[in-house]
Design a protein around this ligand. Sequence first.
Ligand code: NAP
Length: 284
Amino acid sequence: MLINGKTQLIGIFGHPISHTLSPTLHNSAYKHLKLNYVYVPLDIIEKDLEKALEALRIYNFAGINVTIPYKEKVIPYLDGLDPLAEKIGACNTIVNTNGRLIGYNTDAVGIIASLHHDAHIDLTGKHVCLIGAGGSAKAIAHALIDENIGQLSIINRSRDHATALIDDLKQHVLIPYETATLENTSYKDLLTSAHIVIQSTPVGMSPLDTTSPLTDWSWVSSNHLCYDIIYKPRKTVFLKEAEAHGAQILNGLGMLARQGAAAFELFTKEQAPIDLMMKEVLQQ
Ligand code: NAP
């Protein structure tokens, strides 16, 4: 990679950050298209977040991605949010335009593009069960209701967080919403009737990589698509059990590549080489 006096910086804020695949994903795309950008990981501790965002203007970064635990915490320091990020209340992409920092959410675009292109699913009218009600679940839930799904059920450890997310969703689109907790396998009937089950908690990723949020698998059938947004490990306990019980399965690599492609286009204003970006994440 050639770095010269005209090279523009792009990066990712998070803490910890060493696990991220985003630098590989973006730098391979710049190299392929001969674009003069370099993408760097930036491990930012929370007390430095405001100063780090201010430094983006000083160093004239083209933009940054934002990951755990800052997707909501960056918002007060931005100059604006695009309507989707504002609706979701979380931002994973910040574009610096002449010193103005504008936040976007490409996780939402990423999951929908992955369901369409990796799973070849038409979401219209489908019953989707979402496990989790955290940061990524918010983006996924808003994206799904914008795709005209028929029903959304949220299964979460704490009912309060699931109910709060549904109260927010109801202000935008009215469809049947249900909640269940992970306790006493109260989720079983919802999962049985779902077409698509999306696992969006960190349970299944290190250090919780030998476990799953669900304990009952009697609901799984070959009619289900089970999608885990975790991509490390490639097959979480949730995906292993779903596959063993006959479901179609997908991990989070497709979402990762596709949210990255959407961010790439916001940063560079160039069309993302999505096939190359998918190949790149699959090789990791
Ligand atoms: P998060 O906001 O911290 O997730 C919180 C959610 O997980 C809440 O619903 C929480 O339940 C639940 N949870 C946490 N620990 C739990 C446990 N021990 N048992 C049961 N439920 C538990 O995290 P996030 O930002 O949404 O990210 C979640 C995962 O998605 C991470 O592994 C991340 O790497 C991955 N991710 C992947 C992509 C991609 O492109 N593929 C994009 C974004 C995120 P309560 O409400 O009860 O607290």
